[in-house]
Each structure stands twice: as structure tokens, then as C-alpha cells.
Design a protein around this ligand. Structure first.
Ligand code: SAH
Length: 223
């Protein structure tokens, strides 16, 4: 793996056990996740360290949980699923995540990609997550406080772009920011959302429609 996490530095009570995460990984396998490096990353990242201590006892349940500012930490299954799709890209050098939130998905990606760029529109979340990732030793994540709805042209092209908030329509501005062999993985829709993947090939873009999902909305501007 590209980096080593400093899990002890997070502190926290009781839930640091690798055994609890091993059970999470068994569940992910039963749900169809099979990529060994993705499963290893899910076993490594201490999800309890990405939320309020009062919720930490639920950290390894397969549910999304509140992280303040009206936002949530994604369900482990969806993080693993999107990461597995990301690993299908031709190369694993540069990934862009839109919607840093608490930095859980960011950290999973940081174990598998050389560099992770991640954008968050809420200043308070961006700041708290920057501190958390620094304590945890995630040195290869570049966090930005910005509106990511048009991607990140100045750091393009990317091997993978993952959007972790749902836009009502396809975010077309991001397509030219993909390398050939790269993938855009994103939820689309409002009340009803669907996970989709667009792969950039030498001939053009190939879209695959995947399962129903439930993300917070992609919103414009920064706060
Ligand atoms: N990746 C996170 C999921 C966070 S929830 C995890 O691992 O749990 C989605 C996040 O997207 C929220 O924090 C929300 O504030 C952020 N977001 C919504 N619209 C955005 C935008 N236009 N640009 C950047 N971040 C955005």
C-alpha cells in the first residue's frame, strides 16, 4: 500500500480492534466485493475515527451516519463498491473525489492510489478532515475547500473521478478531465438515484448504469 496509517494516533475506545473490521470485510465479501486490495484497504481504515465518539459503537455497521453540518459518512458497502469500480481504471496514479466529508473514502483511496485530490464545499468539514487526515498520516491526499461540481481542471487529467454526492444530471464538465482508460463514478438523480460509471476509451465515452443508491445532494457554491 502507498501509505501506512497511524491508527494508534486516533485514540478512541474499544473499536480499534482489527477483528471488528475483519467482520466488516466478511460482510462486504458476502455483498459481492471481491477485489483483494479493496478488501485489504477496508480492513485497514479505522472507520470509528471518522465520526463523533458518541456514534463510534455503530462505526462498523453497514449504515451511513451523521458527521455534522447535515452531512453523512457513506455506508461501507458503497465506499467499497465505488472503490472497486475505481480499481478497474487502467492506472491508479491520480484520483479525484468530489465530496470529502469526513475523509473516510479519501483514506481508502489514499491506500490504493498514488495521489488523491478531494474537494469539499463546507469549510468546517474541510478543516476538521484536514486535521484528521494529517494525524492519521494520509500524506498523499490534497484537500481543497471549493465547489467541486465542475471537477478540478487545474489538476486534470485523472485516472478516476468519484463523486460522493448526487447531481440531478450528468456532470459533463468532468468528462474531459479523465485520462483515456479512466473512469467517472457517480450517483445521479434526486429522489431516485442511480450509480453510474462512464469510462473514457480511445473512441469515446462508455456509460454503464449500476444499482440504486442514496447520496446527499451535490450543491453549488462554498460555505
Ligand atoms: N466521501 C464521504 C461522503 C461525504 S457525503 C465519505 O467517505 O463518507 C458528501 C459530501 O459532499 C458532503 O460533505 C457535502 O458537503 C459534499 N458536497 C456536496 N456538494 C459539493 C460540491 N459541489 N463540491 C464539493 N463537495 C460537495
Amino acid at each position: 500500500m502507498a501509505i501506512r496509517l497511524n491508527i494508534a494516533a486516533l485514540g478512541g475506545v474499544g473499536m480499534t480492534s482489527a477483528r471488528t473490521r475483519a467482520r466488516l470485510v466478511d460482510r462486504l465479501k458476502a455483498q459481492g466485493i471481491s477485489h483483494p486490495a479493496v478488501l485489504a484497504a477496508m480492513a485497514e481504515v479505522p472507520r470509528h475515527g471518522f465520526m463523533d465518539e458518541a456514534l463510534a459503537h455503530k462505526a462498523y455497521d453497514d449504515v451511513s451516519l451523521p458527521i455534522g453540518f447535515g452531512q453523512t459518512i457513506s455506508q461501507p458497502y458503497i465506499v467499497a463498491r465505488m472503490t472497486e469500480l475505481a480499481m478497474g481504471a487502467a492506472q491508479h496514479d491520480k484520483v479525484l473525489e468530489i465530496g470529502t466529508g469526513c475523509g473516510y473514502q479519501t483514506t481508502v483511496l489514499a491506500l490504493l492510489f498514488k495521489t488523491v485530490y478531494s474537494i469539499e464545499r463546507i469549510g468546517g468539514l474541510h478543516k476538521a478532515t484536514r486535521e484528521r487526515l494529517s494525524i492519521l498520516g494520509v500524506h498523499n491526499a490534497r484537500l481543497r475547500h471549493a465547489d467541486g461540481s465542475k471537477g478540478l481542471a487545474d489538476a486534470a487529467p485523472f485516472d478516476v473521478i468519484i463523486i460522493t454526492a448526487a447531481a440531478p444530471i450528468l456532470p459533463e464538465d468532468m468528462l474531459p478531465q479523465l485520462k483515456v482508460g479512466g473512469r467517472l463514478i457517480f450517483p445521479v438523480g434526486e429522489a431516485e438515484q442511480e450509480l453510474r460509471q462512464i469510462e473514457r476509451t480511445a473512441e469515446g465515452y462508455v456509460e454503464t448504469r449500476l444499482e440504486k443508491v442514496n447520496f446527499v445532494p451535490l450543491l453549488p457554491g462554498i460555505v
